[in-house]
Design a binder for this molecule. Structure first.
Ligand code: FES
Length: 164
């Protein structure tokens, strides 16, 4: 009846796997704080601003098409989002869910952005309003926005893979 020693994951393997997971988690925290800015260790209510290293001002709307309170969607290819006007000033927020990247749609009747993938909803300012996930996803980043000569522009990345 000689029972052979079973090959189960060795303690060393478990330690290596655990260390790798811990390193990945630590790296994720560092990146997270670099992107959104940590404030006294509290979960952020509002995400940071999306500021690409290499971007340009790109037109997203005619000023007259964005009256107070209206969410105006835009899609620049590399970035999509929504622009709206608050007290006369344009604001822009990303239109991509911070959980797994699904595109958001604006539910005007509830004044919120909704994710079709896992039922998360965001305020027009980007804060998470509701979710059904084990952990709340991050708020939506804002985008730099300006208005001049009857147009609203957003500062967005530029594709560099096309010559000419
Ligand atoms: S991708 Fe939006 S909640 Fe999961």
């Amino acid at each position: 009846m000689g029972a052979e020693p079973q090959h189960s994951p060795t303690r060393r393997h478990v330690i290596i796997a655990t260390s790798a997971a811990a390193a990945a988690a630590a790296a994720a925290v560092v990146i997270d704080r670099a992107v959104i800015g940590d404030q006294a260790g509290e979960p952020p209510d509002v995400a940071g601003q999306l500021t690409p290293n290499d971007g340009s001002w790109q037109r997203v709307a005619v000023s007259a098409d964005v009256p107070d309170g209206r969410m105006h969607p835009f899609d620049l290819g590399l970035v999509s989002g929504f622009v709206r006007r608050v007290d006369g000033q344009p604001q822009a927020v990303s239109g991509v869910c911070t959980h797994q990247g699904c595109r958001l749609w604006f539910d005007a009747s509830d004044d919120r952005l909704r994710c079709p993938c896992h039922s998360t909803s965001f305020a027009p300012t980007g804060q998470v309003l509701t979710h059904q996930l084990p952990m709340a996803p991050k708020p939506l980043p804002a985008l730099m926005v300006r208005e001049a000569d009857g147009f609203i522009d957003v500062f967005a990345p530029v594709r560099r893979d096309q010559s000419g």
